[in-house]
Write a protein that binds this ligand. Sequence first.
Ligand code: GTP
Ligand code: MG
Length: 213
Amino acid sequence: MSTNNTDTIPALLRSPEFMLGAHTAAQWPTDEGTEIAFAGRSNVGKSSAINAIAGRKNLARTSKTPGRTQQINFFRLDDSRRIVDLPGYGFARVPLEVRDHWERSITQYLAERESLRGLVILMDIRRPLTDLDRQMLDWTGSMGLAVHVLLTKADKLKRGAASSALLRVTRTLTAYTGECTLQLFSSTKRSGVGEARRHIIDWLTEEERNGVQ
Ligand code: GTP
Ligand code: MG
């Protein structure tokens, strides 16, 4: 059975709705409830991963051109829970002031957002742990933010090569100071989608399970 079969999508992830694309912090939705954000290098496949996880084709806009997601996009799951698609970092071919603006908004979002429960960081399995990925991990680690890494585009490598890449990155990430997990992922082949969904659902429902109102 395909992991993309709607029967297997947890109820909470089944009908996300685009809320808004924010250029400035003033436009962010009220900071309450629980949010999970997706970050990673430009063109790594963040928007595609959100679509695969929600079992939808065009919820988050994807593109072959890097730098497609230019705002912080918020998707509503229910009254108190959201998924957030962040602009990609490290894309050289946009004007410096635009890049500065994105990077500042990502940094501000990660530093200030109270409802942010966890960050999904995507890395291309063929080029994991770039300097910017390491900076991001150092920084989120110092803030104590929980991270789940998707080694994505895993379909581009043979199974053996993908497993060794997973092992290499796992070894490096043992040095991470906070809660950090990782997995192989492919939006194209829909592999790892169930595991990613389970992780996100765990984060989103943690307060409920712990009996916090
Ligand atoms: P920005 O918004 O520009 O930062 O990009 P993004 O990280 O949201 O990437 P997006 O989802 O738009 O995907 C970028 C390109 O990679 C598109 O051409 C996708 O079809 C392709 N892509 C995404 N995920 C996968 C994957 O798992 N495997 C393969 N082979 N291609 C993928
Ligand atoms: Mg995108």
